[in-house]
Design a binder for this molecule. Structure first.
Ligand code: HEC
Length: 257
């Protein structure tokens, strides 16, 4: 029995080290990324629904004027704790260009839950020319696409500072501790008090940055909670199965000595 317990313990130890510490592989340098204590980290991590809802507010009121999120549909927002009616209302606030109709014309209609998030620009060229020659990347998968994930997005949002003398910052650029090369063409998007929270959470740049990073992590990996739960069930099954097999083996070999 000792062996079984030992195996079980090592399997558990192995599996719990999966979720943690995949990030920060090489972000050292002058400005190490902040290491935020996210609710969704670790083998039992879950999304904080209130944070997701606040993060959606920050995205809608601030980021969505420049950044698209083409992979997320309004109906996906039920995962944030909204009812179908609330999702309908959110989608209905947007005007979507649809068509062509029977006469071959494009037409406008209110958004529906099945629509993808409305993009701020018609295409990448329009987005780039409106932003001083830099394309605001689609944020649907940004936490997966960048090393450091949520810590990186959070880092960029709070990483504005005055430039040290050795960094040249041109017109339309801003010094940022965590952007590659330390200059970014995104003007500091967050200011304290800009988004009115209804749940009494602090309306600070840091809190906004934390909430919107949580929301963007959910957008990139909406099935994270199910994946972790499934992993736990599989490990549990394997432990029970191993114990059973061990008992069977003892029984079968009991008479052979
Ligand atoms: C005024 C337009 C504008 C707003 C508002 C804005 N951004 Fe940006 N953002 C940009 C542009 C342009 C870039 C590309 C910068 C570059 O390449 O130098 C960018 C880059 C970024 C990056 C870095 C991507 C990378 O390449 O690593 C992140 C992350 C980001 N934005 C997140 C956000 C979030 C989150 C918000 C809302 C809180 C937001 N942005 C609001 C214009 C904007």
């Amino acid at each position: 029995m000792k062996k079984v317990i030992l195996t079980a313990i090592s399997v558990l130890a192995l599996s719990s080290s999966f979720g943690v510490s995949l990030s920060h592989a090489s972000e050292e340098g002058a400005y190490p990324l902040p290491n935020v204590d996210w609710s969704f980290e670790g083998p039992f991590g879950t999304y904080d629904k209130a944070a997701l809802q606040r993060g959606l507010m920050v995205y809608r009121q601030v980021c969505s004027s420049c950044h698209a999120m083409k992979r997320v549909a309004y109906r996906n927002l039920t995962a944030l704790g909204y009812s179908e009616d609330q999702v309908k209302a959110i989608a209905g606030e947007y005007t979507i260009i649809d068509g062509p109709n029977d006469e071959g014309e494009m037409f406008e209609r209110p958004g529906r839950p099945s629509d993808k998030f409305k993009s701020p620009f018609a295409n990448d060229a329009a987005a780039t020319s409106a932003n001083g020659g830099a394309l605001p990347p689609d944020l649907s998968l940004i936490t997966k696409a960048r090393e450091g994930g949520a810590d990186y997005v959070f880092g960029v949002l709070i990483g504005y500072a005055s430039a040290p003398p050795e960094v040249t910052v041109l017109d339309g650029q801003y010094f940022n501790k965590h952007m590659t090369g330390n200059v970014i063409k995104m003007p500091p998007p967050l200011t304290a008090g800009a988004v009115a929270y209804e749940d009494g959470m602090p309306q600070t740049v840091e809190q906004y940055a934390k909430d919107v990073s949580t929301f963007l992590t959910w957008a990139a990996e909406p099935e994270m909670e199910q994946r972790k739960q499934m992993g736990f069930k599989v490990i549990l099954f394997l432990i029970v199965f191993a114990a059973l097999m061990y008992a069977v083996k003892r029984k079968i070999w009991a008479k052979v000595h």
